[in-house]
Write a protein that binds this ligand. Sequence first.
Ligand code: THU
Length: 142
Amino acid sequence: MQAADSAQRDEGLTALFEAARAVRARAHAPYSRFRVGAALRDERGAIHAGCNVENAAYPVGTCAEAGAIAAMIAGGGRRIAAILVCGDGAGLVTPCGACRQRIREFAGPDTPIHAAGPERVAKTFTLEELLPESFGPETLGD
Ligand code: THU
């Protein structure tokens, strides 16, 4: 990889990280007290972010990834080029099972999924690594 490519990639990752960290601060998580922020880059390069929004009726709460995906669709994006999830840093916060499937709808097997704490990106996976042999839109056929 050329140095310029790698610098651009790092710059892109920093922008995703900053967006996820900023939106994480706005999470509504009074029940779990576990704030999560997610930021994704769409196929046009636009960044969309979301945080977890909990509810007194617990199962009604939504994950950060769901919020970021909803923002992408509402903003006119259609594909996830990369997504970053920012948790509290205590352990590795990867998308929950349901969110892996939500990401799957708009991403490909090689799409990077970055897991970060409040200070830095801790680990990067591909969607295929987190959701192998997955069910997706093409499984349904035309
Ligand atoms: N949470 C997310 O927002 N994303 C995940 O992928 C894992 C879990 C939220 C849901 C809930 O508000 C809190 O973290 C604790 O589970």
